[in-house]
Design a protein around this ligand. Structure first.
Ligand code: NAP
Length: 350
């Protein structure tokens, strides 16, 4: 009998400074066998996130950096195909740290942050997107950190990305007026036509500061920022008294040295308007995940929320899929579909 093969992406070299496809290498190894108390997972989908390039960089301070030859880290959804673990059975669909590979072993310990995916109304990919960490970041960032209230004006940067693409319907369903900022006209159209935004700004072709003023004539109560830099500055120029600025991400700054980082001109307005700027880390809000999932699943089922996924096919696509985040090609949550489940039927998108 031929041994089953596990294809996995390992780090081939460190970024210098930008991450490139050749920083990764695809290798084939035998599929591991689960030991006592372990189970074998076949990967179905893998998630891509801007923070991933930090995993490759020594001293980035996120987690211990990868060493050359180590399997690239990342979350995924998979199907349990063999199990010696009492809590996980063959056929279970799980979400956790699977790494960039077709098969992985877990013992269900906290390191893997593994949980069973129970939601069976939508494709399993949503456990990495709108009904996973990405959607929780959108929902809890807006509600717990931004504390959005009915009648407020909400502005979102990186609005057509994974996190931002959920923010339009969340803010709208909670009674807010919501304006998005994105990098192409097509993305801006999508925000307004399909993703719950009332208006959108193309920051590459328009003067963002001027357009925020025009589209938010009552000022900005909550700014949900995914990108940092000049776009954050443009938003700060229009904040209201007691505004909340949610520092979710800084994709425009992730690889810049301290000297290269953008210096804000308008930070003084935070003090002037008695506003607050708060960063957050989604895993600190873990106790709120079930409520966030329930609320968004209800909205989706009721036709009050849609979600946007950008899915490439095949594990070979992983480095290319990662690059798409940095060059702005992705529309919505960037995923790679690795395999189709064999023990259960995956729900279709409604
Ligand atoms: N706080 C937390 O716990 C937490 C959790 C998850 C994610 N995050 C952060 O949230 C942000 C969004 O994450 P995501 O996974 O949804 O990624 P994403 O928004 O899908 O990221 C890719 C998008 O970022 C935009 N972008 C790329 N380079 C840019 C630049 N220099 N300036 C402005 N925009 C740029 C591009 O869109 P355009 O075409 O519009 O430029 C691109 O399509 C990231 O910064 C991420 O690190 C934070």
């Amino acid at each position: 009998m031929t041994a089953r093969v596990n294809r996995r992406w390992v780090m081939a070299s460190r970024p210098d400074p930008d991450v490139r496809e050749d920083n990764f290498q695809l290798e084939s190894v035998p599929v591991p066998a689960p030991g006592p108390g372990q189970f074998l997972i076949r990967t179905l989908y893998l998630s891509l996130a801007p923070v991933m390039r930090m995993y490759l960089i020594d001293g980035a301070g996120i987690e211990k950096p990868l060493e050359t030859g180590e399997t690239m880290r990342g979350r995924g959804v998979g199907e349990v195909v063999e199990s010696n673990h009492p809590g996980f059975a063959v056929g279970d669909i799980v979400q956790g740290k699977l790494g960039w590979q077709e098969y992985s072993i877990s013992d269900g310990s906290p390191y893997f942050m593994m949980y069973k995916v129970e939601q069976r109304l939508v494709p399993f990919s949503t456990a990495l997107g709108v009904l996973g960490m990405t959607g929780f970041t959108s929902y809890l960032g807006l509600t717990k950190i931004g504390r959005i209230k009915h009648g407020e004006t909400v502005l979102v940067s990186g609005a057509a990305g994974g996190v931002g693409s959920n923010c339009g319907f969340i803010a709208r369903n909670l009674g807010c007026r919501v304006v998005g900022i994105a990098g192409t006209d097509d993305k801006c159209r999508l925000l307004v036509d399909r993703l719950g935004y009332e208006a959108a700004i193309n920051y590459r072709t328009e003067d963002a500061e001027q357009r925020v003023g025009e589209l938010c004539p009552q000022g900005v109560d909550v700014f949900f920022d995914n990108v940092g830099g000049p776009i954050l500055d443009a938003a700060l120029a229009h904040i209201n008294r007691y505004a909340r600025i949610v520092l979710c991400g800084r994709i425009s700054e992730y690889l810049k040295s301290d000297e290269e980082k953008y210096c804000l001109r308008n930070w003084w307005r935070v003090g002037q308007h008695r506003a607050g700027m708060q960063g957050f880390f989604i895993y600190d809000l873990e106790k709120h995940f079930p409520a966030a999932e329930t609320q968004m699943a209800e909205w989706i089922a009721a036709g009050l929320m849609s979600y946007q996924e950008d899915v490439l096919e095949g594990i070979e696509q992983m480095p290319r899929a990662l690059m798409r985040l940095y060059d702005g090609s992705n529309v919505g949550k960037q995923l790679v579909k690795v395999a189709t489940p064999v023990t259960t039927v995956e729900p279709r998108r409604q």
